[in-house]
Design a protein around this ligand. Structure first.
Ligand SMILES: CC(C)(COP(=O)(O)OP(=O)(O)OC[C@H]1O[C@@H](n2cnc3c(N)ncnc32)[C@H](O)[C@@H]1OP(=O)(O)O)[C@@H](O)C(=O)NCCC(=O)NCCS
Length: 173
């Protein structure tokens, strides 16, 4: 799949991750909220480089299309949105995201998630958005971007010790 760049109001650009983004990636993952709410941790440069390589591989086979979120005038990413399992003909794909702690509370995630959802829903009919029930900020992002609450998953320890909300957004008919 060809990598793409999405321009998003207000002044946001979504583009593929690059090797030179490693310091921003590591800095963002130092935040306790990232450690608490994300399934994967990035704690050292080796893990960061492996993650960046996985994003590139995902674009190459088209199954994991991830975007670094950058603001006008600053090339360092302040967030991330990914469409996972975006296979042609798949019944459903999944969206994931984070915003670095310094950039939160400004509606960056809703803008970026909306853009990627609209792009992904031209390829699959249904997108899922999952978050731990206690992650109220993520639930607000789901609500603001038109992902309706569909169900509640039971805990699945050790990796998923808490209940999770499953939100769904479908392609407009
Ligand atoms: C969830 C997350 C992506 C939201 O990003 P964002 O760009 O701050 O989104 P918004 O600006 O729309 O804020 C969403 C909610 O975050 C909370 N919030 C507001 N300001 C905040 C701040 N400065 N810091 C933290 N949270 C804040 C509010 O509850 C807000 O909802 P509201 O608009 O009803 O007040 C971000 O908090 C994050 O990256 N968290 C850690 C990783 C994570 O949880 N990812 C999602 C996994 S499912």
């Amino acid at each position: 799949m060809t990598t793409i760049i999405l321009s998003v109001d207000p002044g946001l650009t979504l583009r593929p991750w690059r090797d030179e983004d490693l310091p921003s990636l590591l800095a963002a993952h130092r935040d306790p909220a990232m450690k608490r709410w994300l399934a994967s941790r990035i704690e050292d440069p080796e893990q960061g480089r492996a993650w960046l390589a996985a994003q590139e591989a995902g674009w190459a086979d088209g199954t994991r299309c991830s975007f670094a979120v950058v603001e006008a005038g600053n090339p360092s990413p302040i967030g991330h949105v990914v469409a996972k399992r975006l296979r042609p003909g798949a019944a459903s794909a999944e969206i994931g995201y984070w915003v670095s702690v310094e950039a939160r509370g400004r509606g960056i995630a809703p803008s970026a998630v909306s853009a990627v959802a609209e792009w992904a829903l031209r390829r699959v009919a249904r997108l899922q958005l999952l978050h731990d029930v206690g992650n109220h900020a993520s639930c607000r992002v789901a609500e603001k971007t038109g992902f309706a609450l569909e169900s509640v998953l039971p805990p699945h320890p050790p990796r998923y010790p808490d209940e999770a909300h499953v939100h769904v957004r479908t392609a407009a008919i």
